[in-house]
Design a protein around this ligand. Structure first.
Ligand code: GTP
Ligand code: SPV
Ligand code: MN
Length: 599
């Protein structure tokens, strides 16, 4: 029974609109999870994997049209277009609701309507937020069980009057009498998909997709798009950031948060095993950070999620053993390949495909015989965070962990050096605001391979005007003394040689850069002042035991490419022009100062 009047009312109202066959209020139990899996297996939507190798693991194959976030169908429906800003799609909220009500009408016919009470952040923590997702997808229920804290305990915290964020979701595929999904992933065609946010009402309406951030509404929709609006109003930060703890050989520990665009290395960095002897890295979160000032004036971060929804391709025992061990049980795999003995396989898993496999489309596939990959490039694993061998002891601490440094970065084959440090907070905000990256497969409808600006890795995730978001970041810098603010760095693991090879080995070797960052936070670490910021001297990056990066490569990774940066200035000017008078004067000043230093 739902004791919360407003919640009960909302559930009734939604049920009247979508007319499901039945309603189920989720209790978060193991039995409930098992039921969801049983239902999807019976429908032919899920395959049980090898019980010995991957106990309690299941494979799902989505519809080929429903494999990633759909940015062109994602809307910030604030009262005015101005409030949504130039980087968001906008439709008048009344008009959008009218359209979506038309789609929602009767859309759960033949299905069960699940009501998922969930907490982003530890249940009952003062920084946590409660959401309630209504969905007709048992796949979504199972994933939410892993990614968030679900169930009766959340309803108890909500009580009779507590605040919750309503998150409405349907796959948009009603069933006729006697009809079943029959093994076909249910979703609506692209032009019927809507991932909508109503920031003033703090409400989410999603229709037509069953995949990832489109459907697991606690993640990008609540914890970023709606949370950025709350954070702006309440003076905190909701960011697309990993959080890691790093300990030096003396046992001294710091926490670092990093914003890289989708599929640009957050999960990998969060779980890395340092190659520098004596150092240790532990994982707090791999995708989202909520940060508030503590009584001591420092920023404290929590990971609002409870699981990882990580990119499978490229993940191997060599590149990320901690992720491989986190997903060896109780894990949902989506759009990876299936081997003959019901194991999983993907490109970059570290060994050849064992004979004939079934690709993510359900067809037979043999290595070397097809130019298409066996796993979709945005194939994902959903695994409980507590299963990560490197999970930080404080990962569920409701008080959060104190952040010493922010990293910004993206995929930049040229121009941007391996690492540089900002001169000041405002210069650091400038670095965040100019992040650019080669587009990846994490979004369906943007052209892969081209560089696009993705400020703070938040381009698809900011729930209001991006220029005002920049200003919010500037303001955060004046809320405490500068020695308490995190130091800000810009990193780039993705430099390439003229013939297209990685110039930097990346993954565990990135610990060499983290070591320098750590030292800089202690006022140590050799650096030179350059036009673009503080840069390590070539010998300041510890290369002990690193044989495949020559002195020459190191120099290339750590020089200021003046010509490249001058070209960059023009691109930044174009980028900034989008924000009109919402662009903070502080950032304009930073750009002018950079141009002056380079000329
Ligand atoms: P989202 O979950 O989409 O937000 O992605 P993410 O930022 O967590 O990216 P993830 O760590 O999953 O990495 C995405 C891809 O980048 C994978 O194929 C990785 O193998 C690859 N990758 C990660 N770190 C590095 C690195 O240091 N160097 C190189 N060359 N590739 C990397
Ligand atoms: C991303 O695209 O940044 C992700 C995956 O983390 S999704 O949950 O689909 O947004
Ligand atoms: Mn992400």
């Amino acid at each position: 029974m739902v004791k919360h009047k407003k919640l009960a009312q909302w559930i009734d109202e939604m049920a009247a609109m979508v007319t499901p066959d039945s309603t189920h209020i989720c209790d978060g139990s193991q039995k409930e999870y098992d039921d969801m899996i049983r239902i999807t297996v019976k429908e032919g939507l899920a395959t049980e994997l090898n019980k010995q190798k991957l106990p309690n693991c299941y494979l799902f194959r989505s519809d080929p049209s429903d494999v990633a976030r759909v940015e062109n169908r994602t809307y910030i429906a604030s009262k005015t277009k101005e409030q949504a800003g130039p980087t968001n799609n906008w439709i008048d909220p009344d008009e959008l609701k009218k359209t979506m009500k038309g789609l929602y009408k009767g859309c759960m016919k033949g299905r069960t309507m699940y009501v998922i009470p969930f907490s982003m952040g530890p249940v009952g923590s003062p920084i946590s937020k409660i959401g309630v997702e209504i969905t007709d997808s048992p796949y979504v229920v199972a994933n939410m069980h892993i990614m968030t804290r679900v169930g009766t305990k959340v309803l108890e915290v909500l009580g009779e009057t507590g605040e919750f964020i309503p998150c409405m979701h349907s796959v948009g595929k009603p069933l006729e009498k006697g009809e079943t999904d029959g093994g076909k992933w249910p979703c609506a065609p692209l032009d019927k998909k809507y991932i909508s946010h109503f920031p003033e009402e703090r409400t989410i309406w999603s229709y037509g997709s069953g995949y990832g951030g489109n459907a697991l509404l606690g993640k990008k929709c609540l914890a970023l798009r709606i949370a950025t609006v709350m954070a702006r109003d309440e003076g905190w930060l909701a960011e697309h950031m990993l959080i890691l703890g790093i300990t030096n050989p003396k046992g001294e520990k710091k926490y670092i948060a990093g914003a890289f665009p989708s599929a640009c290395g957050k999960t990998n960095l969060a779980m890395l095993i340092p190659t520098v002897p004596g150092w240790k890295v532990e994982t707090v979160g791999d995708d989202i950070a909520w940060m508030k000032f503590g009584k001591d004036g420092r920023l404290y971060a929590i990971n609002p999620e409870a699981g990882f929804f990580g990119v499978a391709p490229g993940t191997s025992m060599q590149s990320n053993p901690n992720a491989m061990k986190a997903m060896n049980r109780n894990t949902i795999f989506t759009n990876v390949a299936l081997t003959g003995d019901k194991d999983v396989w993907w490109e970059g898993i570290g060994y050849d495909a064992p004979g004939k496999v079934i690709d993510w489309n359900g067809n037979e596939w043999e290595q070397g015989k097809s130019d298409k990959p066996a796993a979709h490039p945005n194939a994902r694993f959903t695994a409980p965070a507590k299963q990560c061998p490197a999970v930080d002891p404080a990962w569920e601490d409701p008080a959060g962990v104190p952040i010493s440094a922010f990293l910004f970065g993206g995929r930049r084959p040229s121009t941007v050096p391996l690492v540089h440090q900002s001169f000041s907070w405002n210069h650091g905000v400038f670095l965040g605001s100019i992040v650019g990256s080669e587009v990846t497969a994490a979004a369906l409808d943007v052209k892969a391979g081209t560089v696009r600006r993705d400020p703070f890795a938040m381009l698809p995730f900011c729930g209001y005007h991006m220029g005002d978001y920049f200003k919010h970041w500037i303001n955060i810098g004046s809320k405490t003394s500068s020695d308490k603010l995190p130091k800000i760095f810009y990193v780039n693991w993705f430099r390439k040689t003229a013939d297209g090879k990685w110039l930097w080995p990346g993954y565990g070797e990135n610990s060499r850069v983290l070591k320098w960052v750590f030292e800089r936070c202690n006022g140590e670490g050799k650096a030179v002042e350059t036009e673009i910021g503080f840069m390590p001297t070539v010998d300041a990056i510890d290369r002990t035991g690193l044989s495949d990066v020559s002195e020459q490569d190191m120099k290339e990774l750590l020089t200021v490419d003046r010509k490249g940066w001058l070209a960059e200035i023009d691109l930044i000017k174009q980028h900034y022009a989008n924000f009109g008078d919402h662009l903070p004067s502080e950032l304009k000043a930073e750009l002018e100062a950079l141009e002056k230093r380079l000329k």
